[in-house]
Design a binder for this molecule. Structure first.
Ligand code: UDP
Length: 317
């Protein structure tokens, strides 16, 4: 297939583009490089440096079989301080993309959604049928896009899949996490091991969990990329399928730090800090639907493997 990847110079987008190329698809990346890196775009992909919303109509006019839409604003804290940036950057722009797809009859869409659409869960592991009550603007904008996609699929026959990621981590070769503003636990912990940071802050040790720290479901970015390949290849016209992507096993902040100590051989000092606003205590995915319907099977689910691969990437920089 000929596929357009928005945000293909970013962490998840570059890993997924590499997987699509490896599977034999033709990939065109559109990325404004506001947070992505041109050297992260895999070989064999054409890069168009632009805001996807501005060029979608022109580029899709070339004729594409599908779009994988990664480009988005994704900092939870910033989304609360500057909501307009998120409603415009995630919702208005995606509406323009959907309209351009409609205009040119682009048949398939895979959208990067998030576990943040669920907010504080009533039950874990979280199924796709759980209530969606996002606790931050970032999650609310992703949920709004999911709703837009549902109605476009029903009315216009779009074959659409939303993938709701839990905590993406790990790396594959030169495709790893390198954000100018880093907020994610594993890369921050590894910055302590490289000496860029003196210690890691643990946001709360009085949560209702066994060791008192928050529990999250970490998924390897290469397993995530496999799910995108299955999603675009199996999308069904007129249907908007929604899948959670996680390993179904949670690890606490302290367990992640311990895994990083083992992978790096560094003592990694940790200091308890206040809870971070908006953090649920436990977020673990049920990915049964992705396993059953897409035949997806995570291959690198072990936290030690995830951390080792992230560390190999960090050391290669
Ligand atoms: N966390 C932490 N210290 C940090 C960064 C994150 O204790 O410096 C915790 C955070 O409170 C959450 C978990 O690590 O419980 C994962 O956070 P991250 O920002 O990586 O992902 P999120 O779950 O917010 O998507």
């Amino acid at each position: 297939m000929k596929l357009l990847v928005t945000g293909g110079a970013g962490y998840v987008g570059s890993n997924c583009s590499a997987r699509l190329v490896e599977a034999g698809h033709e990939v065109v990346v559109v990325d404004d490089l506001s947070t992505g890196h041109a050297d992260a775009v895999p070989e064999g992909c054409r890069l168009i440096q632009a805001d996807f919303a501005d060029v979608a109509s022109t580029v899709l006019g070339e004729g594409f079989d599908g779009v994988l839409h990664f480009a988005a604003k994704s900092l939870v804290g910033e989304s609360m301080q500057d909501p307009a940036k998120y409603w415009h950057g995630n919702v208005v722009t995606t509406l323009r993309l959907l309209d351009a797809m409609r205009e040119h009859g682009t048949p398939r869409l895979v959208f990067s959604s998030t576990a943040a659409v669920y907010g504080e869960p009533d039950e874990v592991p979280i199924p796709e049928t759980a209530p969606t009550r996002p606790t931050n603007t970032y999650g609310a904008t992703k949920l709004a896009v999911d709703h837009m996609i549902t109605s476009y699929a029903a009315a216009h026959g779009l074959a659409a899949v939303s993938l709701r990621y839990f905590n993406v981590a790990g790396a594959q070769g030169r495709y790893g996490e390198r954000h100018a503003t880093e907020t994610h636990l594993i890369p921050l912990v590894l910055q302590v091991a490289t000496g860029q940071r003196e210690h890691i802050q643990v946001f709360g040790d009085d949560w209702p969990t066994e060791d008192g720290t928050c529990i999250r479901d970490y998924i390897h970015v290469t397993d995530l990329a496999d799910a995108h390949l299955l999603a675009i290849e199996n999308a069904t016209a007129g249907k908007h399928a929604i899948y959670n992507l996680g390993n179904g096993t949670g690890f606490s902040v302290l367990q992640v730090i311990e895994a990083c100590r083992e992978a790096t051989g560094h003592e990694i000092p940790a200091k308890v800090a206040p809870r971070r606003a908006g953090d649920p205590a436990v977020l673990v995915a049920s990915s049964e639907r992705a396993r059953t319907e897409l035949g997806w099977k995570p291959e690198r689910a072990d936290i030690a493997t995830i951390v080792q691969d992230a560390w190999a990437f960090t050391q290669s920089r």
